[in-house]
Design a protein around this ligand. Structure first.
Ligand SMILES: *Cc1c(COP(=O)(O)O)cnc(C)c1O
Length: 396
């Protein structure tokens, strides 16, 4: 397929397939030629309700008829309604809405530094994890532990130290008088769905309490039902001091949020803001999405279909080709015995299935939270064929 002529106008920031996507419906995406793709990427774990759900359409239509941008300094009904609902559901009473996950994390970092200045004698350092992903602003790149990232765009933002993910004692050793916070993802998404040992978050909560530090959880990928609970921290019976969400909150529209306890929420006038923050159009969508996902029956269904997906993934490759199936809810990775993930991903796309390869030996699955068992079976059948074809190719 030829490259679209207008593609030359776009900054070349990533390799894109030569297709133009024109329509989405539920678990399917369609290109300009009407070709259908079963989508297990869903905008990078973003479309929690699938492509073009009625909730998003209705909220956009109704709200755009009424009020889109009063200015960020005015209250609006959707802003207030989403603030109430999200703080009630998370148990963190203060919220600031953002346009992305990175912006929410950037705000979390600012909040920690402000709190350190106020309460910990100017302590500013945040201990984060190796292979973490917190976003692409300068500070969130510095907070991330993606190999090679510390050498990009020098000088890096100072004030972060990195320890092995899942290792409570390594975190304890990294704490000094300059430390103000511990910051992790409950499950590392971009690293390839890395699940820490049970009790890890609970042990970080205890560590933060013992040293009077803030515990910051980046739930931009794991939050809003993705792991089968509304927030992944619920599974460990703890609550962070600072929480960030993004991706699934808007089910496709750009909205994130920074949440905090009353004590941690120490911004003063002038410290934080932004033109589009809390925009009625996005908060109206966020409210509808949250109402849908927070239903106990919805979350029970995520857990049930998640178990179906887990079982299906165990059975997609010949003996010895699959090392591990790891994840929770509807966020899973398949770890292969060889670095064939990019090739398998490409064969899947040729066969009308969209999956992601976050590591050379790992495939990631993040379908709509409304994915059906039949769609999971269809995915597994195509994946099984693609793995067989990709592995055969290697020997020709
Ligand atoms: C995607 C992601 C981010 C960044 O969110 P953006 O909306 O792309 O800025 C931050 N943290 C985690 C865990 C993510 O998965």
């Amino acid at each position: 397929m030829p490259l679209p002529a207008d593609a030359e106008c776009l900054m070349d920031i990533t390799a894109r397939p030569d297709v133009v996507m024109t329509r989405g419906a539920g678990s399917y995406l369609f290109d300009e030629h009407g070709r259908r793709y079963l989508d297990f990427i869903q905008g990078w774990a973003v479309n929690s309700l699938g492509h073009c759900p009625p909730e998003v359409r209705d909220a956009l239509v109704e709200q755009s008829d009424r009020l889109v941008a009063p200015s960020p300094s005015f209250y609006s009904p959707p802003l207030l309604a989403l603030a109430r609902r999200l703080t009630d559901l998370s148990g963190l009473p203060q919220v600031f809405f953002t346009n992305s996950g990175a912006e929410a994390n950037e705000g979390a970092i600012k909040l920690c530094r402000k709190w350190g200045k106020r309460h910990r004698g100017g302590a500013f350092e945040i201990v984060t994890a190796e292979n973490a992903f917190h976003g692409r602003t300068l500070a969130t790149m510095a907070a991330s532990g993606k190999p090679g990232w510390d050498a990009l765009f020098p000088p890096p933002v100072a004030g972060f130290s990195k320890v092995r993910f899942g290792d409570r004692d390594a975190m304890a050793r990294a704490i000094s008088s300059r430390t103000v916070a511990l910051m992790v993802e409950p499950i590392q998404g971009e690293a390839g769905v890395v699940v820490p040992p049970p009790g890890y978050l609970r042990s970080l909560r205890a560590l933060a309490d013992e040293h009077n530090l803030l515990l910051v959880l980046d739930e931009v990928q794991t939050g809003i039902g993705r792991t089968g609970a509304l927030f992944a921290f619920e599974d460990e019976g703890i609550r962070p001091d600072v929480l960030t969400v993004g991706k699934g909150l808007g089910s496709g529209v750009p909205i994130g949020a920074l949440l905090a306890t009353r004590d941690a929420a120490c911004f003063e006038h002038g410290d934080q803001g932004g033109t589009f923050n809390g925009n009625p159009l996005m908060t109206a969508v966020g409210k509808r999405v949250l109402d849908a996902v927070a239903e106990p029956t919805f979350l029970a269904n995520v857990r049930r279909t998640g178990e179906h997906l887990q079982r299906a993934l165990h059975d997609v490759g010949p003996p010895g080709s699959i090392v591990e199936v790891r994840g929770r809810g509807l966020l899973w990775a398949l770890v292969l015995s060889e670095p064939a993930a990019p090739r398998i991903r490409d064969v899947c796309m040729e066969r009308g299935l969209l999956i992601n390869a976050p590591r050379p030996n790992a495939l990631r699955f993040m379908p709509s939270l409304r994915v059906s068992a039949d769609e999971i079976d269809e995915m597994a059948t195509t994946l099984r064929e693609a793995i067989a074809e990709a592995l055969v190719h290697r020997f020709i």
